[in-house]
Structures are given as C-alpha cells and as structure tokens.
Design a protein around this ligand. Structure first.
Ligand SMILES: CC(C)(COP(=O)(O)OP(=O)(O)OC[C@H]1O[C@@H](n2cnc3c(N)ncnc32)[C@H](O)[C@@H]1OP(=O)(O)O)[C@@H](O)C(=O)NCCC(=O)NCCS
Length: 356
C-alpha cells in the first residue's frame, strides 16, 4: 500500500468519509463538511497544508495531516505545522499505517522548510507521537470556570447546596474584578482591521505564542464555516485595545461557553476586567450555566480570572487534558530553546488547537 498526498479535489470525498465514520469535525459549523474541509485545509492564511491518506476503493484506510501557521518563538516568526486528523480504519489498525503516514507528513514538512511540528494529542495520540520523538513542552495548562447561576448549577451537578452558597458569596465579593467600563466592550461580527497592533504588543510578553494578525483572526473566528464564535472587542478612542473570543456549546443538556482566545493591553487591568465582565454578562443573558477556559497556569490573565470569580476546575476521570507536544528531531535550535526552558511563558489557548 502506498501513501498518497491528499490533493485539493479529494477534500470532498475525504470529508464525507470522515463525517460518516468519526462525525468529523465533531462540532457545529455553517455549510457542509466539505466546506469545513476547504476552510481548514485550503483557505487558512499562510497555510501550506500537508495531508497523506491510504485508500482502498472508496474507503480511507488511514489519514494524517498537518496545517501550517505562524508561531512566535522568542519573538521570531517561524513557520510551524500542527499535526492532526490522525485516523486509521478499525479493521486496519495495528498494521503500521498511522506510523507510515506520519513519516510521510514529517518528511514533506522538512522539504517544505517547516521549522517545528506541534500537536495537542489525545491519550493514544500521545503514545504514538512520543515513540516518534515528540516531547511535551514545559507548559502547565489549567482549566478555570465561572458558574453563572450557582443555585441551578450546584443542584444539577450534585455538588450540594453548601458549596453553592459558598461559591455565590465568593463571586459576590469578587464583583469588582469583573466590573466593566460602560460602552468599552462590544460584540462584533468581524475582527477590527487595526487589531494587529494590539496583538503584536501583547505577543511580545511571551516566549511562545501563535501570531494573531487580522487575516488569521478573521479566518479563525469570523467565518462560521469554521465554527460559531462570539467576538467581543474593547476599544478606547476608536482603537482596538482588547479581544475575547467565546464559543458556546452544549454537553449533556448543559449550556457552556468557552473562552478560546483572549488578548489585551496587559498594562491596563480595567480593559481585562471589562472583557471578562461583559463575557459573564453575555453568558447570563444567553442562559449559559458555566464559562470555562484553558490557559497556562502562570499566564498573566490567571490572576484576573480569579479576581473576577473564576475557580480552578480539576479534570474528571477519563477527560482529555490539554498538553502541547513538539517534534524533538526538527530544527534543533528552535526545539531546544523550547524544551530546555524550565517553564515556558506561553500564550496558547483552545483557539490555537484543532480541537475546535
Ligand atoms: C490512533 C490510530 C490512528 C492508530 O492507527 P494505527 O494505524 O493502528 O497505528 P499503527 O499501527 O501505525 O501504530 C502506531 C504505534 O502506536 C501504537 N498504537 C496504536 N494504537 C494504539 C492504542 N490504541 N493504544 C496504544 N498504542 C497504540 C502501536 O502499537 C504502534 O507502536 P509500535 O510501532 O511501537 O507498536 C487509530 O487507532 C485510530 O484511528 N484511532 C481513533 C482516532 C484517534 O484516536 N486518533 C488520534 C487522535 S490524536
């Protein structure tokens, strides 16, 4: 069997197969699954995607891919690739197909001068890529939550009314931490075109982050073909000074909202408070029970989240943790800079992953 490079016109066939067998991509978006495939693999800015698949008649036996994006490593822009959509048909597992396709993707990435390959793997994915020399980056991610209606929430999830009362008292005391400046934050349909100045300033504070320019953010969050997001923007005298991106979703009948991206002028806590305050107000208005966010535990926003009333949310048994791996045998200088750092100052959030 031979691994074939996926071409642009195979997207439709591949996408419908994925939709059938693994309910790909696993969340709501506008348009068809093929539209989503085109959005992800063909329309991504700065992307040169690499996909390999093995076919038997009309069925995909195995698939692996990588989408490129711009990462900032110590403020240098590098072309990096996120590995994803790894799948082997159940009847053909354990025969080395995934290994073979991963090698094909990695070899092509070297030819395409991709400096770093990274992934946010599942448990099985972790085992497979660790054997291939991928290593976990020294970033400890934590999840935080804000419960918008404690009386309903604590009844539903069986945490007990005492905890509910204590949580209510704590969030009431922390109201100043989510007080917003009137008219500073507005929900928008499109990313403001001047956003790149604010995001570039923000990114300078980190040793590792994604480059968030206007084109990327507009593609990522303002096109419903890629999923449904709510974008809140803070402005001051007509200039963009902060952004928060929210993703509503429902699980087991409970309405959640995830903060998937969050950037702001770090020297102005009132902007951060306003963005958090307006997110909480929006969640309450829309009947959302809980706001959640994954963020590195030493991120400067963590104290703002806690001051606004967010609490840490431990993972329950079997839940997928948030870990970032990179290929240790790629560009030596870049990889060793990242892996040898005791605690990498990173701005990586859910919006940077292929989970959503
Ligand atoms: C994960 C998956 C792609 C593996 O495909 P595969 O073609 O069976 O993998 P391979 O035969 O190439 O095996 C690759 C390596 O992973 C190991 N491996 C594969 N499946 C595994 C599993 N379920 N648990 C532990 N190790 C596993 C193999 O033992 C092999 O290592 P080895 O060469 O040292 O023996 C396939 O099981 C799958 O499609 N799972 C569902 C989707 C999924 O979880 N994707 C990963 C998302 S990050």
């Amino acid at each position: 069997m031979i691994a074939d490079r996926v071409s642009a016109d195979e997207g439709v066939r591949l996408a419908s197969f994925f939709k059938e067998v693994i309910n790909w991509p696993g969340f709501k978006h506008a348009g068809s699954t093929a539209d989503y495939w085109n959005w992800k693999y063909l329309h991504r800015p700065y992307s040169n995607s690499i996909g390999y698949a093995m076919w038997l008649n009309e069925e995909v036996l195995s698939h692996a891919s990588l989408v490129t994006s711009q990462l900032l490593v110590e403020n240098n822009i590098i072309t990096a690739g996120q590995m994803g959509d790894l799948y082997t048909h159940p009847d053909y597992r354990g025969k080395g197909l995934a290994e073979h396709l991963l090698s094909s993707v990695e070899n092509q990435a070297i030819l395409d001068d991709i400096k770093l390959i990274f992934a946010f793997p599942s448990e099985i994915g972790c085992m497979i890529i660790s054997k291939r020399g991928y290593k976990e980056l020294p970033i400890k991610f934590s999840q935080y939550r804000f419960i918008t209606d404690p009386s309903v929430f604590f009844k539903k999830v069986n945490f007990g009314s005492i905890k509910g009362l204590a949580y209510k008292a704590m969030t009431a005391a922390r109201a100043p931490g989510r007080k917003s400046i009137p008219n500073m934050v507005k929900e928008v349909a499109d990313i403001p075109e001047d956003i790149g100045n604010m995001t570039r300033e923000f990114e300078m504070n980190f040793e590792l982050c994604h480059r968030h320019d206007y084109q990327y953010l507009q593609w990522r969050y303002a096109n419903p073909t890629g999923g449904y997001f709510k974008i809140l923007v803070a402005t001051d005298n007509g200039t963009t000074v902060g952004i928060i991106v929210l993703r509503p979703y429902i699980a087991k009948g409970i309405h959640y909202m995830e903060i998937v991206d969050f950037m702001s002028d770090l020297n102005r806590p009132e902007i951060i408070r306003s963005l958090l305050g307006e997110s909480i107000a929006l969640a309450k208005k829309e009947g959302i029970s809980e706001i959640q966010t994954w963020i590195p535990s030493d991120h400067p926003f963590v104290s703002s989240l806690i001051q606004a009333g967010f609490i840490s949310r431990p993972l329950s048994a079997g839940e997928r943790g948030f870990r970032m791996f990179c290929h240790s045998r790629h560009d030596h200088d870049i990889v060793s800079k990242l892996l040898e750092n005791d605690s990498l100052k990173a701005h990586i959030m859910l919006g940077d992953t292929d989970w959503i």
